[in-house]
Design a protein around this ligand. Structure first.
Ligand code: GLA
Length: 386
């Protein structure tokens, strides 16, 4: 982290030939449980991870914005007056998108100065760990400070989501930005996506002798296109057919009636969301009453539901989950939007090396590319670094 922080200051000075006003950072996230529930106004339980995006930012005296990053070989320059979601593309749509979206949430963009921004990150891209929310969070916190906007973190999360929905064009929910902005050390963020009320739920992983292993399959996904959008549309169609505002209003007890009304595919999409909401509530209760060693079955059931009912898993994710489970993990599931990306496993520290060896072997045996395997810790959300 120290390296990222000093590195971004040095890079900023080199690229812009000046010093930044400060450095801010925001983490990627993994979701413990509660998948595709956020845009259905349901419950999620993600946590911020110890991989972060850092943003060095310096205000300018004119109305020019310049953004650079260590992950793309270009410096993008726009005028504050020309910031429009339609004009943004590529990686810079994330930082520029949040600058635009702040205007939608009350910032007076006609009155603020331009800025130079440099981003660096060690959140893997395309792994389903929300590298995009990390960019949004770091940029938002920086702009909220230097433009003196005084927006709270819940609002900043909504600004990030708006940027992603409108400027990037991905119809995602509020989970990733909330985790990145609200995360706490060794804890998960229990968020009600209808009211946006959140609670910090201690995980106690170290005390329980547990690790969270990320198994990045290397299969890439993009939520601006394809399956994610389609799943969201099915959920909305299901809610409309059932006569409710969102699937949040459907409970497990309503499922027999839903089965009579809906076609098979829509019913299974609905069943995933409804049972997943219940699993989030059960996980929070179990963590509080019995600790993290007791949540394995809930994680496993969540994966089965995503694989069979929501149909967002891929063979590599299933193999990662099954191999971890068979070699000592307490529970495992794919995490994030699906169609690729990562799975997570809750693994006793003393079983970790066995799980790692088994995963390498299983992927080789199936002719799949080697997965990227690393443990993560639940970490603090966005913060000012210097
Ligand atoms: C992606 C989206 C989130 C959420 C998850 C699925 O990560 O960005 O809003 O919908 O997928 O739970």
């Amino acid at each position: 982290m120290t390296d990222l922080r000093t590195g971004v200051r040095d890079d900023f000075a080199e690229v812009f030939d000046r010093e930044p006003d400060g450095v801010w950072s925001s983490p990627g996230r993994a979701n413990l449980i509660g998948e595709h529930t956020d845009y259905n106004e349901g419950f999620v339980l993600p946590f911020a991870i110890n991989r972060r995006t850092v943003a060095a930012l310096g205000l300018r005296e004119d109305r020019t914005i310049r953004v650079g990053s260590t992950f793309a070989d270009e410096l993008v320059e726009v005028d504050l007056d020309a910031l429009s979601p339609d004009a943004l593309q590529g990686w810079s749509a994330y930082p520029l998108g949040v600058a635009w979206a702040l205007g939608e949430f009350g910032a007076d963009l006609a009155a603020v100065p331009g800025f130079d921004l440099l981003l660096d990150s060690n959140v893997p891209v395309g792994a389903g760990l929300s590298s995009s929310a990390a960019i949004e969070g770091a940029t938002l916190l920086a702009l909220n400070d230097v433009w003196r906007l005084g927006l709270d973190r819940q609002t900043l999360a909504r600004v990030g989501q708006r940027a992603e929905n409108i400027a990037v064009g991905a119809p995602t929910g509020i989970m990733d930005q909330s985790a990145s902005l609200l995360g706490q050390e060794d804890a998960a963020v229990f968020l009600d996506c209808r009211t946006l009320v959140s609670e910090v739920v201690p995980l106690g992983l170290e005390a329980a002798g547990l690790e969270i292993l990320v198994m990045d399959t290397g299969v890439t996904h993009a939520h601006a296109t394809g399956g994610y959008k389609e799943r969201r549309a099915s959920c909305e169609a299901g809610a409309a057919a059932l006569g409710v505002e969102s699937l949040r209003d459907v409970s497990v007890d309503d499922l027999p009636r839903a089965r009579e009304i809906l076609d098979d595919v829509t019913f299974r999409r609905v069943r995933h969301v409804v049972t997943e909401n219940q699993r989030v509530l059960d996980t929070v209760r179990t963590l509080r009453e019995r600790g993290p060693r007791a949540i394995g079955e809930l994680l496993d059931a969540s994966h089965v539901s995503m694989r069979d009912d929501f149909e967002i898993s891929v063979p590599e994710l299933d193999l990662a989950v099954e191999t971890a489970q068979a070699n000592g993990a307490i529970g495992a599931r794919m995490t994030g939007g699906g169609f690729g990306g990562s799975a997570i496993a809750l693994v006793p520290t003393d079983a970790l090396s066995r799980v790692l060896v088994a995963l390498d072997g299983a992927f080789a045996e199936h002719g799949f590319g080697q997965p990227d395997l690393f443990t993560v810790r639940a970490s603090e959300g966005a913060r000012r670094e210097s």
